[in-house]
Design a protein around this ligand. Structure first.
Ligand code: FEO
Length: 394
């Protein structure tokens, strides 16, 4: 746990969860995570978000250690339990407190955590609430990844409390982000796994936030940014339509045919000046695959045929691709079969219908022959041409 006074009367309370390895029983957390809350001491005392219930006791002790005798408002920026889960305990410990949330947020708190409606105050988009020497302004920012989300802006302190937005799953000893490559990767992993499907909404929200005078970004996961440009610029880049001269190559191979194809194909792409990122799905960190999908121009999925369809690991990768909705422009399939099947059809049908061009797949019967390697070479050449058309490659 780290408690730090950020500005006079504004405290950050970071609960490190060093050993958590999965979020939502789905998302890998190689570096753990944190649950961050913020306390503002003013005429009206305000707590912004709380903690995952697994840390509730420690969180309540942290509030006590700050000498907090009353809380007037608990701002619930986001109702997901890793931030709101300790609200019922806070309301019990501070009986005079009320929760501020969007209308939908209050409804979620009622349904998910049984918070009584009488303890909730609903805030409108761009509503300003004076808490004494400070004013807080609330912005509704739905579909950062849930529909009820708000962000809170402390006008006097020029601090933004965006909850999940700009967050990173990174337990650390440092309170402030050192804005290095590690933080960039953690934040990109977080964006890829949680925010990427909502890229167009986030892009619009960024336009609103860019108009604010922000000195500190205090998210609810990972370190605090005292150089907000670092994370704002990264989000500008990730949410833009720009793609990179890269091919993401998730694959699985049962008896070596697909592995042989992937090896040859990767070399062909590299020779043509295209960066390639192969992921063997039998052991790959799905988070790394998601990071690679944030800005690669092309994805090629490699799979053998199992019981007439794609390998289940390839189906999982295709499904993730569909729901994460990366800005990938081109997709193809390489793979093998023994005696038939409809592997290509099954994978193609899983691809999203939006602006993605499917390039002619290469499928071999058994072990790849010279003629099959020629087809892979042609696919690499087609990808190079497509990348040239986007000015990604000379
Ligand atoms: Fe960190 Fe959407 O919860």
């Amino acid at each position: 746990m780290i408690i730090r006074e950020i500005k006079k009367g504004v405290y950050g309370i970071i609960m490190n969860d060093w050993s958590r390895r999965l979020f939502d029983e789905l998302i890998p957390l190689p570096d753990g995570t944190t649950y961050n809350a913020y306390f503002i001491k003013d005429e009206k005392n305000v707590l912004i978000d709380t903690s995952d219930p697994v840390k509730a006791d420690k969180f309540l002790s942290a509030l006590k250690s700050l000498g907090i005798e009353k809380i007037d408002y608990v701002v619930s920026n986001h109702s997901e339990q890793d931030h709101s889960g300790s609200i019922p305990m806070v309301l019990e410990q501070y009986p005079g407190s009320k929760v501020m949330a969007s209308e939908k947020g209050a409804d979620f708190l009622k349904k998910l955590l049984l918070v009584p409606e009488t303890r909730c105050v609903k805030v409108e988009n761009e509503e300003i609430v004076s808490i004494g020497g400070r004013k807080l302004k609330f912005f509704h920012m739905p579909w950062v990844h849930w529909p009820e989300t708000i962000v809170t802006y402390d006008i006097e302190d020029k601090m933004l409390f965006p909850c999940d937005l700009f967050g990173s799953h990174l337990a650390a000893s440092e309170f402030y982000s050192s804005c290095n490559e590690k933080i960039h990767e953690s934040a990109k992993r977080y964006y890829a796994e949680i925010m990427m499907p909502f890229r167009s909404n986030i892009k619009k929200h960024l336009e609103v936030l860019k108009k604010l005078d922000i000195e500190i970004i205090a998210p609810s996961h990972g370190p605090v940014y005292d150089k907000p440009g670092f994370i704002m610029e990264a989000y500008e880049d990730w949410t833009s339509d720009r793609v990179k001269n890269e091919v993401v190559l998730p694959y699985v191979s049962m008896h070596g045919s697909v592995a042989k194809m992937v090896d040859f194909f990767a070399d062909s792409l590299i020779k043509k000046g295209i960066a390639v990122k192969p992921y063997n799905l039998t052991g790959a960190d799905i988070g790394e695959l998601a990071i690679a999908l944030v800005d690669a121009a092309t994805m090629v999925l490699g799979t053998p045929t199992v019981l007439s369809g794609p390998h289940p690991s390839a189906v999982y990768a295709a499904y993730l691709f569909k729901i994460l909705r990366p800005k990938t422009r081109f997709v193809s399939i390489i793979g093998s079969f023994g005696w038939g099947g409809s592997m290509v059809k099954s994978i193609t049908e899983m691809m999203p219908s939006r602006n993605i061009e499917i390039l002619e797949p290469v499928v071999v019967n058994g072990y790849p022959l010279e003629s099959d390697f020629n087809k892979l070479e042609n696919l690499a050449e087609t990808i190079a041409e497509k990348h040239k058309q986007l000015n990604l490659l000379k």
